[in-house]
Each structure stands twice: as C-alpha cells, then as structure tokens.
Write a protein that binds this ligand. Structure first.
Ligand SMILES: NC(=O)c1ccc[n+]([C@@H]2O[C@H](COP(=O)([O-])OP(=O)(O)OC[C@H]3O[C@@H](n4cnc5c(N)ncnc54)[C@H](OP(=O)(O)O)[C@@H]3O)[C@@H](O)[C@H]2O)c1
Length: 232
C-alpha cells in the first residue's frame, strides 16, 4: 500500500517508461535549477556548467535550460560522449575532459561571460577543477558522489573568491520542503516529462530475476538512458 501523500497521477500522454522516470530525475533537475536561479547572474549574463552532462539528469538539465534560455556549457568525460551530446543538443557547447586543456575550452565556450554556477555529481578532482573555473561569487552545487577521492579546497580559495559550496539531494528535499512546494515541484517535474519526453530514454529493461544484470548495466560506461526493472 502507498501513502496517498506521495502518490502522483500519471498524465495519459506519458508511456509507462517515461512514467517510471517521471519523478526522481526531473525533481532533481527542478531542485538544481532553483539552486542556480538563486545566483544573481543566472538568467542574465551568467553561464552554468555541468559535468556528467550525458547522464539522464544531465540531459534533463540541458533540456530545461533550453526551454528557459539559460546559458549552459556541458562537460563529459569522453570525446564519444561529447559527440553523442552534440548530436542531441546541437546548440549547446560540449567539452570533453579526455584531453588536457579542457578547462580552457570551457572558458572559451563562456566567451567572456561569468561562469557563475556549476552542477556536479562526480566530486573529487573534477569538482576541484570546477572551483577553478567559477568566477568570484560562483557556486558549486554538488549532487552526487561518483569519485572516490574527496574534494580538496584550500581555505584561501573560498576566502578570496567568495565561492559557495552546496550539496543537494532529493531525499532531503522530500523531508524538508513544505507540502505546497512539494506539489508545485511535482507539477514542474510532470511538465518536464511532458515537454522533454524524448530525453527519457530507456537503456534496457530487466525482469526481477535479472537484478544483478540490471545493476551491472546501470553503471556501464557509455550507457545512454535509464535501466528499468519490470515485474512483468
Ligand atoms: N542528489 C540527488 O538527489 C540525485 C538524484 C538523481 C541522481 N543523482 C546523481 O546524479 C548522477 C547522475 O544520475 P543518472 O541516473 O542521471 O546517471 P546515468 O544516466 O547513469 O549517467 C551517469 C553519468 O555519469 C558519468 N560518469 C560516471 N562515472 C564518471 C566519472 N568517473 N567521471 C565523469 N563522468 C562519469 C557517465 O559518463 P559516460 O557516459 O561517459 O559513461 C554518465 O554520463 C548520479 O551520480 C546520481 O547518483 C543525484
């Protein structure tokens, strides 16, 4: 039995595959967008940068930035991933970290605009590079922990450039936001699902008897889309 407070009606226009992905990742995109919009430059000349941009969350962030006209630079770890993302979003610059000097490529893509906010689900050295890319007053929003190593930052960096570090996760969102905010965020997530149906790709669907295969597939490098588990 499910708690009625957390049950959400699925719009008729959405397939079961999109419905299965309708909440966590779109809500993450909504939560990140709100964090970005708190920065005074976003919506004006400020540019966002995001790592792991080819992920399911990253594609929704790109789609929603496009709908809102927010400046975004996507960062991925491979040239292959960059080519895939360029095909999908031809107007959004993509930089691959596969080669040294990628950070200068990000600066070049910003074309003089301030790099105000960075979204990062990786952490570690990659997050440290993002701190170097942010303009003074910038904000790093950390929402995942893929890297094993810690994010190392000298206090002088925070002091002299007035950087903000934020961590965001959907679990805290669920327990902390008001019922009204939750309802409006869920409505925003539904709109994202309806507007960006094509970004809810399914990498593969596994039966309950193949959970180990599903987990292996979910972390496979280069996977595009979400791995679903179906009882049917
Ligand atoms: N905070 C929250 O509430 C919240 C909510 C949802 C998701 N998340 C986090 O968001 C991240 C993305 O989730 P998702 O479901 O969208 O993932 P996904 O579709 O499975 O994609 C994972 C992405 O991470 C990239 N990646 C993996 N290891 C990497 C590394 N060492 N360096 C750079 N890139 C790496 C992959 O790149 P390749 O394409 O090159 O393999 C891929 O693009 C996950 O870390 C997840 O835990 C957090």
């Amino acid at each position: 039995m499910a708690n009625a407070d957390v049950v959400v009606a699925v719009p008729d226009e959405l397939s079961d595959e999109v419905a299965a992905q309708m909440l966590v990742n779109p809500l993450t995109a909504v939560m990140l967008r709100r964090e970005a919009e708190e920065h005074q430059a976003i919506g004006y000349d400020g540019v966002l940068v995001q790592t792991a941009a080819g992920s399911s969350v990253g594609r929704l962030v790109t789609g929603t930035c496009g709908l809102q006209g927010l400046g975004l630079i996507n960062v991925v770890r491979s040239d292959r991933g960059a080519a895939e993302l360029r095909k999908r979003f031809p107007d959004v610059p993509v930089v691959s970290t596969e080669h040294p000097g990628w950070d200068d490529e990000v600066r070049g893509a910003a074309a003089g605009r301030p790099v105000s906010v960075a979204f990062d689900p990786i952490g570690g050295k990659l997050a440290e590079s993002l701190l170097d890319l942010l303009t003074p007053g910038g904000k790093l929003v950390s929402y995942g922990q893929i890297a094993q190593e810690p994010i190392s930052v000298h206090a002088s960096k925070l002091l002299h450039t007035s950087l903000t570090l934020r961590g965001k996760n959907i679990g805290r969102w669920l327990s902390e936001v008001s019922a009204e905010r939750r309802a409006s965020d869920v409505a925003a997530a539904k709109l994202i699902a309806l507007a960006l149906k094509d970004q809810f790709e399914v990498a593969a669907t596994y039966g309950l008897g193949a959970l180990a295969d599903a987990v292996e597939h979910a972390v496979r490098p280069g996977k595009v889309g979400t791995v679903l588990v179906s009882p049917w």
